[in-house]
Design a protein around this ligand. Structure first.
Ligand SMILES: *Cc1c(COP(=O)(O)O)cnc(C)c1O
Length: 427
């Protein structure tokens, strides 16, 4: 490319891709194959020994997947990336690479509900302990760190509340204790903020949401910031000690600032198996091309919808960091001046009954458990995702009886507001 540093929108369309060298196809082909032919026996041996990079088997690497990886690594400003079957698959591979049984990590207590389950329940089977801390309370984060802590995990823009977190301040705490900071950037996307620029060492995504953007394909991504020294403490033996399955190779020594992405691939993905399907990689890549356009529209629409709701007499409160008087507005302006994202919550004066009625009356909004679709989405957590909790637990989780969560789509704002209006009229 002519320019040394292409802009974000150019990277979103081009990074990692070229016309297909054999056919000239302009779009990245879907390499729908499980395996790849070796040139000869030596080539096969060097691929298996990590002496050469190349395709062996689609569980480990595939050319369609590779374009998606380069694309997202470029958008995030990382050194390398690894695509997975889902966001949860990506999180599993990250912690598999970092943790030994008995180790712990500190995680923000304001996270996507599925991550709270994965960390708090599923990870127990591996004896990986999670220690929760309020991401707004830096002292609490620091006080949870001990000699068995191996990482700090936060969301840059926390789901479901839609609040920005002070990534740079938390990165400083993690680094002071010799720990990597892992940032889930699903809700913000690199269009709004790039966590590596604020001190994150690893970025993780559910591509299922805004990067794919159309609600049609699952995928996850691990981005290696290339910033963390995996050998300084001896606490990350997968990276700093000889690997018997690769002839005694030390991954950090051999691969330097992209060793983490390699370890997640050749030890995690290879052995645990959550590989992305080539077709899904293609769909997510197509989505990524319009990320900047969609994300700006999501933010602009969400701000207008939040302002309109705030002025409505059946609405008790609106929590959206894009609103000038929101408690989180200063952090939003510092980290994400282009906009505050698509997702926010508000409270109905009529409580639980009003919440159920409102959700049922909406016509353009779809009632479902997802975010980051072109289509506007709504959920009433107290009657769905959080219905098993006690009323006290619901309130603590930000899912009280009156709370409605919206993920604002890219439709015409007049129609979005029109739908909110007709549904509120029925409450
Ligand atoms: C959806 C989501 C995940 C999990 O991703 P999947 O692709 O559903 O596995 C993780 N983090 C956040 C913030 C999410 O919204």
């Amino acid at each position: 490319m002519a320019n040394n540093e292409p802009g974000f929108s150019t990277l979103a369309v081009h990074a990692g891709a070229q016309p297909d060298p054999t056919t000239g196809a302009r779009a990245t082909p879907i390499y729908q194959t499980t395996s790849f032919v070796f040139e000869d026996a030596d080539h096969a041996a060097s691929l298996f020994g990590l002496k050469a990079f190349g395709n062996i088997y689609t569980r480990i690497m595939n050319p369609t997947q590779a374009v998606l990886e380069e694309r997202v690594a470029a958008l995030e400003g990382g050194t390398a990336a690894l695509a997975t079957a889902s966001g949860h698959g990506a999180q599993l591979l990250i912690f598999h690479t970092i943790m030994r049984p008995g180790d712990n990590f500190v995680a923000a207590n304001k996270l996507y509900g599925g991550s709270i389950n994965q960390f708090g329940h599923a990870f127990k089977s591996f004896d990986w302990q999670v220690r929760w801390a309020d991401p707004e309370d830096l002292d609490e984060i620091e006080s949870q760190i001990d000699e068995r802590t191996r990482a700090v995990f936060i969301e840059s823009l926390a789901n479901p509340g839609g609040t920005f977190v002070d990534v740079a301040a938390i990165a400083d705490i993690a680094h002071k204790h010799g720990l990597p900071l892992i940032v889930d950037n699903t809700m913000a996307t690199p269009y709004l903020m790039r966590p590596i620029e604020h001190g994150a060492d690893i970025v993780v995504h559910s591509l299922t949401k805004f990067i794919g953007g159309h609600g049609n394909s699952m995928g996850g991504m691990i981005v290696d910031g290339g910033t963390f020294d995996w050998s300084h403490s001896g606490n990350y033996p997968m990276l700093s000690e000889p690997r018997p399955e690769y002839g005694g190779m030390v991954l950090h020594e051999t691969f330097g600032n992209f060793a983490f992405a390699i370890a997640c691939r050749v030890l995690g993905l290879r052995d645990l198996g959550p590989a992305i399907a080539p077709f899904n990689a293609f769909m997510l890549l197509t989505g990524a091309e319009t990320l900047p356009l969609r994300m700006q529209r999501h933010c602009d629409n969400a701000l207008e919808a939040a302002r309109w709701l705030k002025a409505h007499d059946k609405v008790a409160w609106v929590s959206y960091s894009g609103l000038e008087d929101d408690d989180n507005h200063a952090l939003m302006q510092r980290y994400s001046p282009k906009g505050a994202g698509a997702v926010f919550t508000f409270g109905l004066a009529g409580g639980y009954e009003a919440g159920v009625k409102f959700v049922e009356a909406l016509e353009i909004f779809s009632h479902l458990a997802n975010i980051g679709d072109t289509k506007s989405l709504v959920i009433h957590p107290a009657s769905t995702t959080h219905s098993q909790l006690s009323p006290e637990q619901q309130v603590a989780a930000g899912a009280g009886p009156d709370v409605v969560r919206l993920s604002i789509g890219i439709e015409d704002i007049a129609d979005i507001i029109g739908d909110l209006k007709q549904a509120l009229d029925k409450v």
